[in-house]
Design a protein around this ligand. Structure first.
Ligand code: SF4
Length: 98
């Protein structure tokens, strides 16, 4: 059963932000998130074009796969993904009020 006891915020307050030049698509975030926020998929050409030189090298080495917060609106700010990411590629950011 998923342990959600460390959740700190109602959904829609903060969302994970992924550093595209750090993410190596190792899927730790996918495994630990209690709310199924993440998916790992192949970068599009446009997404790859936004990477730094080192980011493109890393992406090539890891099959151009990275994590995306496709259901960021479910995030409860538990911080498990931030702690689990071996590349320290994830931070939580407050969602701006509409
Ligand atoms: S902080 Fe990370 S692990 Fe926790 S709910 Fe949000 S996206 Fe999922």
């Amino acid at each position: 059963m998923t342990d959600t006891s460390s959740c700190k915020q109602p959904a829609g307050t903060v969302a994970p932000v992924i550093d595209r030049n750090r993410c190596e698509g190792k899927e730790d975030c996918v495994r630990v998130c209690p709310y199924d926020v993440f998916e790992v998929r192949t970068l599009t050409g446009d997404e790859r074009a936004t990477l730094s030189f080192m980011g493109r090298l890393k992406a090539t080495f890891h099959g151009n796969r990275q994590a995306f917060a496709v259901r960021a609106d479910r995030c409860h700010a538990c911080g498990l993904c931030v702690a689990a990411c071996p590349e320290t590629a994830i931070r939580l950011a407050k969602i701006a009020a509409a």
